[in-house]
Design a protein around this ligand. Structure first.
Ligand code: SF4
Ligand code: SF4
Length: 262
């Protein structure tokens, strides 16, 4: 029986999520034996043509060419899984969505006339249908192995959608927000990192993106009553996952209320 063919595709990103797959040393050989790697330029220049059974897609859509290419990837694959904050929420490059992209291009490039870019950076799901989204900046390698393994086994991936707070409780970390009044996005951020930051005595800054049904208004009210300036709260929401709808809506609401002096 032929092995399922895997393709790993990159759009605008830092490659960190693809590296998470390569860093999964213990499972990598087993995985390489279970699938045929058809396209994975980070790992090999050997390319097998599509169609692919599973496509892992890293990165956001930032150019007209990206739009065409992701549509081709979608046509070429059976299951399309987006990995990381760039692919699931537009990534840090989505900060340009609140600014004038042309200004950035003029400031950064010596010959801006050669740059062809979109005014926005958006998630893959804004352009094509996606079968599963794995959040994180970068993703957690064990969650990625679980997602690929579940597809190979024909079952639904078991990844965590609850908040980072639950991981703090499980590992016995004292809550930095309750004990020290430190602003922490853990209550609204998806688990998967084993609450690394609070365990080192700092607040979560939301790199794993929004948890299921997060209450953003409640947490930003709490930050405000703890004395965090509104501008700082907006900045904390507009980071790796700032363009994820949940963080975006609350960041925009606070920003607008700040401008209107409310
Ligand atoms: S430290 Fe942050 S993530 Fe941990 S329990 Fe407190 S609020 Fe939640
Ligand atoms: S920022 Fe939050 S989600 Fe990211 S590693 Fe730290 S605790 Fe985990």
């Amino acid at each position: 029986m032929s092995k399922p063919k895997l393709g790993v595709f990159k759009f605008a990103s830092c490659d960190g999520c693809q590296l998470s797959l390569l860093s999964a040393e213990d499972q990598l050989l087993e995985l390489a034996g279970a699938v045929e790697i058809g396209y994975f330029l980070e790992a090999t220049s050997k390319i097998a043509p599509g169609p692919y059974d599973i496509a892992l897609v890293e990165g956001s859509i930032t150019t007209p060419h990206d739009v065409e290419r992701i549509q081709q990837v979608r046509r070429d694959c059976k299951f399309l899984i987006t990995i990381g904050a760039c692919a699931t929420a537009g990534g840090i490059q989505a900060l340009r969505n609140w600014a004038d992209c042309d200004e950035f291009v003029q400031a950064v490039y010596a010959s801006p006339q050669f740059i062809s870019t979109l005014a926005t950076s958006t998630a893959i799901a804004d352009h094509v249908s996606v079968d599963f989204e794995l959040r994180g900046c970068p993703i957690n390698q064990y969650q990625l192995i679980e997602v690929i393994g579940s597809l190979l086994a024909g079952r639904r991936p078991r990844t965590r959608v609850h908040s980072v707070c639950l991981e703090c409780k499980r590992r016995g970390t004292v809550c930095v927000m309750v004990a020290q009044g430190t602003a922490c996005l853990g209550p609204v951020t998806q688990a998967g990192c084993n609450a690394i930051c609070p365990s080192f005595n700092r607040g979560c800054y939301g790199c794993h993106g929004p948890a299921a049904q997060p209450n953003l208004v409640s947490i930003t009210n709490q930050f405000a009553s703890d004395g965090v300036p509104k501008e700082q709260i907006v900045r904390s929401l507009r980071s790796f996952n700032g363009y994820a709808p949940e963080f975006r809506v609350e960041g925009d609401r606070l920003d607008a209320s700040q401008e209107s002096g409310e």
